[in-house]
Structure formats: structure tokens, C-alpha cells
Design a protein. Structure first.
Length: 257
């Protein structure tokens, strides 16, 4: 079985399948670069105050305001897998941003991924990292353990008031009411969102009306070649399967990634 997305939540509810010896592979690597670029957009959108300047343009209002350097910032990537590592790559190599990766097993990290972060630590250091981060990027899969992981108590109240939260993992990893309140109250400075708990995002969601949020409708990974890249991994795995060679991107169905 091959998932055409990096996330496996469409497959893991099938308990008989999870318990079987049928291999499940995914498209790890197919969307990493394009999502890394999206995170770069989010960083610049907030640091360069794009929303404010676009509003002033609409009003034909000339008002100078200083912008910020992302090279002076720290990014925390919660879920430092392949996609998370590519977010770190763009930030660290492209801008010189300090990058801290957080993951369940930091010791299981390739040398390449390690080169794209200044630190890779376990989730037990989340509080310390949140206090240092200017950008907090969520790249968590949808599992029972990650449901509403990003909420006020665990995350938002521990972030800097000047910090920006971004989510490109799965929508249900965020408690959206908590996020909306944190944005309205000034508990955090802004957000960048591509995924949501319910999609399409209901019109009554407060997130639509918040000026400090950059939102896209779960399409940040959809450049013109995204499906071709996803299918290329399946094609290689099909050939490997027929020739009894090891498969690429075998996932742990019990963990959900």
C-alpha cells in the first residue's frame, strides 16, 4: 500500500490493515522542498510586515515603518522529519536563521538533516525551546498523541509575544479556538496556516477575520509537479516489489508515520 501523502491518517483507522504484514509506504521527500519554501514565505511575510504595507498601499498611505531581519531570529521546528528538516534548511542556509529541531527520537536523524539545524533535541525540551523561538513551526502527523498538541497550556502561553506560529503538519494537531484567542489577545504575534481541523475551513471560523494570519487552503505543497514526484516514488517501489528488493519509505503503521 502506498500513500500519496506524507501523512498516514487516512489509512491507520483500518485496524485490520495496521495489524497485517502489508507494508505501507509514503511519499517522504516529495513535498519537503516546496513546503520549506512556504515556511520561508511565512517568515518573510511577518518579518517584513507585508500585511501592513499592503493595507497602506490600498489606502495610498505613505507611512515608513522598520522591518525585521530573519537572520537574527530563531526557528523551532516541532516534528523534525524530512519536511521539518527542509524547513530548517531554507531558514538556516538561506537566511542564517538559528534552527532548533524537536522530535520524539532526536538520535534517529541523518547527517544531512543534522547539518540543517543548530540543535536537534527531544520533546522534553519543548518549554525551553519555545521561550527562545521567534517562529514555531508545526510539522506533526495526526495521531492520538498529537491531537491538539498545539494549545494554550502546552505551547501558546510559553511562546514570546513577538513570536509567530506556523502549521504545515495536520490540522487536528492545533486547538484552533486557543490559537484564535492567542492571536486576538496578543499572546502571540501572528500565524501562518495551511492546514485546519475541518477542511474546508468553516466560514464561521474566527481565523478568517484575523489580520495577523497568513492562510492558504491546504495547497502549499501543490506545485505543478507534486503529483508526479509522489507517483515516481510509487513507481520505484512497484519495481522494487516485483524484483523483491527493499521498499523505499516504509512507515510504522502502529505509530502513524
Amino acid at each position: 500500500m502506498h500513500s500519496l501523502s506524507a501523512g498516514l491518517d487516512a489509512y491507520t483507522p483500518a485496524t485490520d490493515f495496521v495489524a497485517s504484514d502489508i507494508a505501507l509506504t509514503n511519499v517522504k521527500g516529495a513535498f519537503s522542498a516546496v513546503l520549506g519554501e512556504f515556511i520561508a514565505l511565512g517568515m518573510l511575510y511577518h518579518a517584513k510586515k507585508v500585511e501592513r504595507f499592503m493595507q497602506r498601499k490600498a489606502e495610498a498611505k505613505w507611512e515608513i515603518e522598520p522591518v525585521e531581519l530573519v537572520s537574527n531570529k530563531t526557528m523551532a521546528v516541532v516534528g523534525f522529519g524530512d519536511i521539518g528538516a527542509h524547513c530548517g534548511r531554507v531558514a538556516k542556509i538561506g537566511f542564517g536563521t538559528r534552527v532548533i529541531g524537536l522530535k520524539r527520537r532526536p538520535e534517529v536523524t541523518s547527517d544531512e538533516h543534522r547539518s540543517w539545524a543548530d540543535e536537534i533535541v527531544g520533546l522534553d525540551q519543548l518549554d525551553r525551546v519555545l521561550a527562545e523561538a521567534d517562529f514555531v513551526v508545526g510539522v506533526l502527523p495526526k495521531t492520538s498523541e498529537t491531537f491538539e498538541f498545539f494549545n494554550t497550556e502546552r505551547v501558546f502561553k510559553k511562546m514570546k509575544k513577538s513570536a509567530v506560529f506556523m502549521n504545515i503538519g495536520r490540522g487536528p494537531t492545533v486547538q484552533e479556538d486557543d490559537l484564535a484567542e492567542a492571536l486576538k489577545s496578543g499572546q502571540i504575534a501572528g500565524a501562518v496556516l495551511d492546514v485546519y481541523k475541518v477542511e474546508p475551513l468553516p466560514k464561521e471560523s474566527e481565523l478568517w477575520g484575523l489580520p495577523n494570519v497568513l492562510m492558504t487552503p491546504h495547497c502549499a505543497d501543490q506545485d505543478p509537479e507534486y503529483l508526479n514526484r509522489a507517483m515516481a516514488i510509487f513507481e520505484q517501489n512497484l519495481a522494487n516489489f516485483k524484483e523483491e528488493k527493499p521498499l523505499l519509505n516504509i512507515c510504522d503503521k502502529s505509530l502513524g508515520y
